[in-house]
Write a protein that binds this ligand. Structure first.
Ligand SMILES: [Zn+2]
Length: 403
């Protein structure tokens, strides 16, 4: 049975699957389980072989598999992995109704249309066609619809456990996939590299007192001010010397949040900042954090306060994607996209994706999908409708043969 792309995408947009983004929020729009249930029914109707994998409560990865006619992966034959995330970012501040898919001027509007229910629909369309048309000399293909990409990458991380050393062979993914295509809005180009993210909190500690007697206290905000000036210098002078990548540029550092004090008449005993270091392909996130800590520790002017500076462990450590091992995959997918859509350039992007997790589990991975990242996460998110069947066609053509 073929899959109607626009009705399927409309269904997916109409089912909220908002990622709580680490906030303590509740409501029917949060988490992915409704989308997972919808996908499960769709897979049953189409007769796909599928399986759900619990990642955390109400958050399941769901996978389908279409067997090829080449050697099965159980016997060492090729295995192609497609991957798309089920979650969307929140909807606060949107200027359109996020869950009423609306087709207008060649676009479909709604939360997730671009990031990445459109890309998921294109992958579903390709899978349905593979199953229907059974082209010859095709590899086995698995599509993984995973949870929690937007905040923590736990769905993709769990997925990679299926082929981790010592894992019991899974019936859908019995071996490490040979290649992986991750859906994100790339405007039908092929993303081969992106930066990673290392985020952590720094605290300074002091002693509270009444503001009328500041000499009895020890002001944590003054200490943080000195840390901040040092970090500004690090961002400006050190980061540019840490190397650069031809597709994604240089390493960066930014302080994005500051807190300190409880009221104007109290000397603050604590101040906190959150710091974001964008990591280059090939750079280890933990090393990048340690370099900042070591550099601060060596600053002459910070010596008097170093004992009051505390670095929390990272609260986000997103891997980068390197173009070192995905060249052949990118060339083949790019060639197919070029032939069908006129796009297919090999590019680098500033944002992180699940591809970095899957690549870290030793699978050459690239990112590809319909729609532009410029429309992802926006207040009137939309997808250009002509790119939806184009992406499905590219993915089908990519998966139908193996070389
Ligand atoms: Zn996305």
């Amino acid at each position: 049975m073929p899959l109607d792309l626009v009705p399927t995408l409309s269904d997916l947009i109409a089912i909220p699957s908002v990622n709580p983004m680490g906030r303590d929020v509740e409501g029917p729009e949060y988490l992915e389980y409704r989308v997972t249930d919808y996908l499960e029914k769709l897979f049953q109707n189409h007769g796909f072989r599928y399986k759900r994998y619990v990642v955390s409560p109400k958050r399941d990865n769901i996978l389908i598999r279409v067997d090829g006619d080449l050697t099965p992966p159980e016997k060492g034959g090729p295995l192609v992995l497609l991957e798309a995330h089920q979650d969307t970012v929140p909807v606060e501040g949107m200027t359109i109704d996020p869950w009423t898919p609306t087709v207008r001027d060649g676009r479909i509007y709604g939360r997730g249309s671009c990031d990445i229910k459109g890309g998921m629909t294109a992958m579903l369309g390709a899978m349905a066609r593979l199953r229907e048309e059974q082209p010859r000399n095709r590899p086995t293909v698995v599509l993984a619809c995973v949870v929690n990409e937007e905040f923590g990458f736990t769905g993709a991380t769990d997925l990679t456990k299926l082929w981790a050393a010592g894992a019991k062979p899974d019936d859908l993914v019995p071996k490490r996939p040979d290649v992986c295509v991750v859906a994100e809005p790339t405007s039908l180009d092929v993303v081969v590299a992106h930066k990673g993210t290392m985020r952590w909190r720094i605290h300074t500690h002091g002693r509270a007192s009444h503001s009328s007697q500041p000499h009895l206290g020890d002001n944590a905000v003054y200490k943080m001010a000195r840390v901040l000036l040092a970090l500004e210098q690090y961002a400006k002078e050190v980061c540019p010397t840490l190397g650069s990548h031809p597709l994604v540029g240089k390493a960066t550092l930014s302080v994005g949040l500051i807190r300190g004090g409880i009221s104007v008449n109290t000397v603050p005993d604590r101040s906190t900042i959150e710091i974001c270091r964008r990591v280059l392909p090939g750079e280890k996130a933990a090393d990048a954090r340690q370099k900042v800590i070591d550099w601060l520790s060596a600053r002459e002017e910070l010596q008097p306060i170093l004992g009051a500076v505390e670095h929390e462990p990272a609260f986000i450590s997103g891997f980068s994607l390197s173009d070192e091992k995905n060249g052949a995959l990118a060339a083949r997918l790019g060639e197919v996209s070029q032939r069908i859509t006129g796009r297919g350039k090999r590019i680098g992007v500033p944002y992180g994706t699940d591809a970095s997790r899957i690549a870290a589990a030793d699978v050459p991975s690239v990112v590809f999908g319909p729609g532009s990242i410029d429309q992802a996460h926006t207040c009137d998110e939309w997808l250009p409708l002509d790119e939806l069947p184009q992406a499905a066609e590219v993915l089908y053509e990519f998966c139908r043969s193996w070389s």
